[in-house]
Ligand binder design. Structure first.
Ligand code: TXA
Ligand code: MG
Length: 315
């Protein structure tokens, strides 16, 4: 299939409205979108990414009015979070409206919903006839794409269109909060921090009550994630290490001596923004090991730690 590259939200939305699969920029990472009104296009997302069919997709809406078309039962906690953080890098899991196809939610009775803030994403979504289901626009298991070039590298020839935008301002996927049960639960850390969420809804928990029989609350969490080809070695500030050849370092503190590629970040924001593109850069340069400084889990540090620890797991 020929992949069209365009900077025109009109052209990209027209392709999506006629049943195509379109990658588009958001402030978190690039998304791979299909209209929830085109079941064939939804299947094409799973095929293009090599994504397991039991891993549900997030539905992207243009404005709060579209919420009612995708969610049922929006409780008080969800309303407060929407009021404070929509549009933005937050996904809420809510009871789904029957109009959302089961292929989008992988058969779950809940649906993840996000309203992005990036202006190109907003213009694109405004021109789409239906809400847009979209996972991150990368091959399944690889680091998320934070630039249109990274999308192209993974998905050229597999999707209909790439809507070009600037590199993602945040660089980490959205915070996910499950508001479908009696207690709101943080499923994935992101740029909206736990501290910010708890300032609005103090009851938000970080761990589900343990029940071994229950299915995982976020099906995607059981799959390997965010992993570059290089091995990830987690380290702490100023840790003494024997550095292997062909290795790289990313972190906030002075790097160890002897690494061949280096990304020294001035803030957690920069660390989050650069992480996935650095992973890809390392792979393109044949790096074997990436040493990554593990930040503390305060603020944005929680999301960075989460991605690093899962990239290091590489099941
Ligand atoms: O920032 C983001 O969230 C990006 C942009 C494109 O919006 N999207 C993204 O999608 O990261 P994806 O598919 O790569 O990650 C979504 C995660 C998966 O782990 C999935 O299992 C989980 O959200 N998820 C989706 N729907 C869910 C639901 N109804 N209940 C629990 N988890 C859900
Ligand atoms: Mg993803």
């Amino acid at each position: 299939m020929q992949t069209t590259i365009t900077s025109s939200p009109e052209e990209a939305a027209a392709i999506l409205n006629s049943g195509g699969v379109v990658a588009f920029p958001t402030e978190t990472v690039y998304g791979l979108g299909a209209s929830i009104c085109h079941p064939q296009a939804i299947s094409q997302i799973f095929k293009a990414k090599g994504r397991p069919g039991d891993n549900p997709l997030i539905v992207h809406i243009y404005n709060i009015e579209q919420l009612a078309a995708v969610a049922d039962e929006i409780n008080g906690d969800a309303k407060r979070l929407i009021e404070h953080f929509f549009p933005g890098p937050l996904t809420l899991v809510l009871k789904k409206n029957p109009r959302v196809p089961d292929t989008v939610t992988a058969g779950l009775q809940t649906v993840g919903i996000r309203c992005p803030l990036n202006p190109v994403a907003r213009e694109f979504l405004r021109l789409c006839d239906c809400p847009v289901a979209a996972p991150s626009a990368n091959l399944s298991g690889l680091p998320s794409a934070t630039s249109w070039e990274a999308v192209y590298e993974d998905l050229d020839g597999k999707i209909d269109c790439v809507l070009r935008g600037t590199p993602s301002a945040i660089g980490l996927e959205s915070t996910i909060v499950d508001c479908s049960g009696s207690q709101p639960l943080l499923l994935r850390a992101g740029a909206i921090t736990l501290e910010q969420l708890q300032a609005i809804v103090p009851a938000i928990a970080t761990e589900a009550p343990t029940d071994k029989e229950a299915p995982p609350k976020s099906p995607g969490l059981k799959y390997p994630h965010y992993a570059p080809k290089a091995a990830i070695v987690l380290c702490h500030a100023h840790e003494k290490m024997v550095i292997e050849p062909s290795s790289a370092y990313i972190g906030l503190s002075e790097p160890p001596q002897g690494v061949s590629l280096l990304k020294l970040c001035n803030s957690l924001e920069e660390y989050g923004r650069e992480l996935f593109s650095f992973f890809r850069h390392c792979d393109a340069n044949g790096v074997h090991i990436i040493y990554c400084e593990l930040p503390s889990d305060e603020g944005l540090g929680r999301a960075i730690r989460d991605r690093l620890m899962r990239a290091a797991e590489k099941k």
